[in-house]
Design a protein around this ligand. Structure first.
Ligand code: 0PR
Length: 372
């Protein structure tokens, strides 16, 4: 088919998609333009066979080293994977194979991302969901009660999908040390946000490898690092952990495989390093600051309108109202927002969200409040 015609056809479908100026529900955003150039250079590379693409493999190693150092671990090892789901799966896969229990279970907050339900199903591990406290953090006393002789791991969440709350990972670390458990941290959302919120003074809790018990951390470059999808990251305390998920790959030049995916994108690794180098810590900090300022701005505006708004810890705002169902339906006619499991409206303020969008959103809410 003629390339022009086929592009026309594809664009016709694409026109049905929402554009980001209508999206207030996504943890992804418009990726950095530099990534397009990088993709062109690397679109053929396959890190499933790293001996063929040695240079690209070095790029992945450098990206992981830098991310590891941002998470306070100079010995970090890991991979750029397909997303938070694969990264979380990898962490628990390692844990399951270390402990070799007949009927293993792991403990996580009830606010965990649904990827953990899939992981429990795939790995055949029981998932034990623990209630949260009034700050939406895992209830530490309950965690102790849920541990038994078959528990292999605790998962701490650094930035819950719905509320942006951060579990008390330090306490979870102590519990893991006392009970010889694996500690995995799901910082898919918080990984590229919390270190900067901390430097900016919005937040002061530890969540990374500074905590001795933490063995692995999920971070998602395809969220705040503005890398095109798919780009997740699994960052491990050390390379040795991978011995637990190493498989022979007879016919590859590299004779072993240590990731869930076989064939996997080298471009994702290259774009991740590109994003890190292009923005630098300074650039990323500015982006995070910007998102947080906008979040606090919207927080004030919504309070003024009489909504019941949860004080944001990160760039997620959750609010409720006695006519929430009607308001939600109304909003959806103009903007994509989502609902929490507790029937509150949830807005994520990512870099594509401008003050113009927020002001229009507020005006629209005023209109809805009057007309509902
Ligand atoms: N862990 C946490 C804390 C997450 O928030 C997410 C995804 C994952 C793990 C899983 O990551 P992947 O989706 O990369 O496998 N959180 C978002 C969510 O489910 C992803 C998202 C992004 C959803 C953009 C919608 C959207 O438009 O809400």
């Amino acid at each position: 088919m003629n390339p022009e015609i086929l592009l026309k056809i594809l664009k016709k479908f694409k026109n049905k998609d929402l554009s980001y100026d209508k999206i207030l529900s996504s943890m992804s955003s418009i990726p950095l333009k530099i990534c397009l150039d990088v993709y062109k250079e690397f679109y053929h590379t396959n890190l499933g066979d790293p001996k063929l693409f040695k240079g690209t493999k070095e790029i992945e190693d450098i990206a992981i080293k830098i991310i590891g150092s941002w998470l306070n671990n100079r010995n970090a090892y890991g991979f750029i994977v397909s997303g938070g789901t694969e990264a979380n799966l990898t962490g628990l896969w390692i844990a399951r194979n270390i402990y070799k229990k007949k009927k293993p279970n792991f403990i996580v907050s009830e606010l965990c991302h649904f990827s953990f339900d899939k992981i429990a199903d795939l790995l055949n591990i029981e998932i034990r969901k623990v209630p949260v406290n009034e700050e939406y953090e895992i209830d530490i006393d309950s965690v102790r009660k849920y541990i038994d002789e078959n528990t292999i791991a605790i998962v701490g969440i650094a930035g819950t999908t719905e509320y942006g709350s951060v579990d008390n990972i330090k306490e979870l670390g102590l519990i893991c040390e006392e009970n010889d458990l694996y500690l995995h941290v799901d910082a898919a959302f918080g990984g590229f946000v919390l270190p900067f919120l901390k430097e900016l003074g919005y937040y002061n809790k530890e969540f990374d490898f500074k905590i001795k018990a933490v063995q692995s951390i999920t971070v998602d470059p395809h969220k705040m690092l503005l890398v095109p999808i798919p780009a997740g990251g699994i960052i491990l305390r050390n390379e040795k952990l991978l011995d637990n998920i190493t498989f022979e790959a007879h016919y590859l030049l590299e004779k072993r495989s240590r990731t869930l995916l076989g064939t996997r994108s080298g471009a994702s690794a290259a774009m991740t390093l590109a994003s890190i180098l292009y923005l630098g810590r300074k650039g990323l900090k500015k982006i995070v600051d910007d998102c947080m300022r906008k979040t606090l701005y919207l927080y004030e505006e919504l309070n003024d309108l009489g909504f019941n708004v949860i004080k944001p810890k990160m760039n997620i705002l959750v609010f409720s109202h006695r006519k929430i169902e009607k308001i939600y339906k109304g909003i959806l006619k103009k903007y994509a927002v989502s609902m929490t499991r507790r029937n509150e409206i949830r807005v994520v303020i990512m870099p594509h969200v401008t003050y113009e969008m927020l002001n229009d959103f507020v005006d629209y809410l005023k209109y809805l409040l009057k007309n509902i």
